[in-house]
Design a protein. Structure first.
Length: 105
């Protein structure tokens, strides 16, 4: 595993930890208290980490089970973390697939 992959995996792990806290019914205030940060910091870092996770899924769609394309992976993951899929995200998926030399979307 390369350093870049390890860094990405660590980011993803932190991201899921933060999202899991929110998904278990904890409020942003509780997440902030547990992370010893201010509420505004917890909110912005959660949003930022959601973005990291979305980008990770676009780069490695195989992490989402049962997805045969980036668009499907992105839709499934976005629904899971409660993010609305924007048309620009799907356009980016197509660009990623073209970049990979495949046209699965």
């Amino acid at each position: 595993m390369s350093v870049e992959h390890m860094r990405t995996a660590n980011t993803l792990q932190r991201n899921f930890n933060m999202l899991l806290l929110l998904e278990t019914g904890k409020t942003l205030h509780e997440v902030a208290k547990l992370g010893k940060v201010q509420v505004s910091t917890a909110r912005s870092s959660t949003d930022r980490l959601r973005g990291h996770a979305i980008r990770f899924v676009m780069k490695y769609p195989q992490v989402v089970e049962g997805s045969d394309s980036r668009a499907k992976a992105l839709r499934a993951f976005a629904k899971h973390i409660g993010v609305r899929v924007k048309p620009s995200m799907l356009r980016n998926c197509k660009q990623f697939d073209l970049f990979d030399g495949s046209s699965r979307v």
